[in-house]
Design a protein around this ligand. Structure first.
Ligand code: PLP
Length: 435
């Protein structure tokens, strides 16, 4: 298909009229679709239903270390849960803390603890400093940005590349400003781009020499096991191993959870870190709670046993999710391919596809979608403070809707992106473009 930018003004006006007609027809259908929810659908959740029977009133409820899962104890998690989460984080069980139900909760807490009490390497709690800043590779995860904003952290947007955050920018900023205390990373099948950090990116991150001695990489490996193509998964270099090589083991905090493996919000969350960091943060968690939900940990550990691994389970998730991701790609390629007004990612895992429109067209595209009955993640949500400086990024979340809904919503998104794009090329919604 011809690039829209190469059409004459009259050609564009004709295109606009045709698109508007199609749009009005689609709008009249009274669609009610939602591609905003990055959560598993019912069929995915059903895959883990048998887990609810893995522990029952007749079960032996004693964990491998002898702790009774009905009682207080095992503050770092029961050994079998630590081993399970270590598998996800590709660490050793003793390097992993298995906690409650939410990794976001752990990340929020780590930041809170650093704010109130500092870290093993901080001389001063972060709240006593005049300014604390975080690097925020964007587009990124809105809830990361909400957490940092909540603590009054100044967020610095760092561009994402297909290899991960732009490391030239990261290295320069981190080395020159001691107020930069941390950085958000979603290293595998990132939210929302779906990209996996390259080996070079991981090595450069591990080799950084931050001006702040207490700089921390918040390594949120939420999609560690979430391959769409399990026979040829993306491979992520282990940050911990690289940090050990550079002698900076304390610079990374690794997080993950089984929220999108078993039950969202009812899984196990885990943190992997150096011994010094684990001991430090666990000391603080030990004041918050006498122990996390060990019965849930046991349920998970027993479900994933006898050869039924997370890897095998995630293959079944992939079978359900792949058709939805493929449907979006098929529609986007057919409707937007070659037009030069939209660009999107084709992730090999994770939960999202990232779509970029022409600059200044994301809000307009999503307003048109909403008017026609399709709800999407709000424009700007993938950037710090909810502001996309180029107003072009749209997060597409195909997991929760049915395949038919995904297809129908993707068609409408394309139509709206085209409408917004042609309006922009014409110099505004109603003004013809001067040639
Ligand atoms: N991290 C990322 C990157 C996510 O996309 C999500 C959920 O969408 C979470 C964390 C939330 O994980 P949890 O349910 O373990 O808090």
């Amino acid at each position: 298909m011809a690039k829209l930018s190469e059409l004459s003004a009259s050609g564009l006006r004709e295109e606009l009229a045709a698109l508007k007609k199609k749009y009005e027809a689609l709008k009249a259908q009274g669609l009610k679709l939602d591609l905003s929810r990055g959560k598993p659908d019912g069929e995915q959740l059903d895959l883990s239903r048998p887990m609810l029977d893995s522990v029952n009133s007749k079960s032996d409820l004693i964990a491998a270390d002898g702790s009774d899962c009905r009682n207080y104890g095992a503050p770092a998690g029961i050994p079998e849960a630590r081993a399970l989460m270590a598998e996800m984080l590709e660490l050793r069980p003793e390097e992993v803390f298995a906690g409650g139900n939410s990794s976001l909760n752990l990340m929020h807490d780590c930041l809170g603890i650093a704010y109130l009490h500092g870290t093993p390497k901080s001389k001063t709690p972060w709240c006593k400093l005049p300014k604390v800043k975080f690097l925020c590779p964007s587009p990124g995860y809105d809830r990361h940005f909400s957490v940092t904003e909540h603590f009054g952290v100044e967020m610095i947007t760092v561009p994402m590349t297909p290899q991960g955050p732009d490391m030239d920018v990261v290295e320069e900023l981190v080395a020159s400003d001691s107020a930069i205390k941390g950085m958000w990373c979603i290293p595998k099948y990132s939210n929302p781009t779906g990209i996996t950090y390259s080996d070079t990116t991981v090595r450069r991150l591990a080799a950084m020499s931050p001006a702040a001695p207490d700089f921390l990489i918040f390594w949120d490996n939420a999609y560690a096991a979430h391959h769409l193509h399990p026979d040829s998964p993306d491979k992520l270099l282990g940050l911990v191993a690289e940090l050990k090589k550079t002698g900076k083991a304390g610079m990374g905090l690794m997080f993950t959870s089984t929220s999108k493996v078993t039950f969202a919000g009812a899984g196990i969350a885990a943190m992997g870190a150096s011994k010094e960091n684990l001991d430090y943060f666990m000391k603080h968690w030990g004041l918050q709670t006498i122990g996390f939900d060990k019965l849930n940990q046991l349920r998970h550990a027993r479900f994933f046993s006898d050869g039924y691994t997370i890897e095998r389970h995630m293959r079944r998730h992939a079978e359900l999710l792949r058709p939805k991701f493929e449907a979006v790609q098929e529609v986007f390629n057919r409707e937007l391919g070659g037009l030069d007004i939209a660009w999107w990612t084709d992730p090999r895992g994770g939960y999202f596809i990232s779509l970029d429109t022409l600059d200044g067209c994301a809000k307009r595209t999503l307003a048109l979608c909403a008017e026609a009955g399709v709800v999407m993640t709000p424009a700007g949500a993938t950037f710090p403070y909810g502001v996309d400086p180029r107003d072009r990024n749209i997060r597409v979340a195909p997991t929760f809707a049915t395949l038919e809904e995904v297809r129908a919503a993707a068609e409408l998104v394309c139509l709206c992106a085209k409408l917004a794009g042609v309006e922009k090329l014409l110099g505004g919604a109603s003004e013809p473009r001067a040639r």
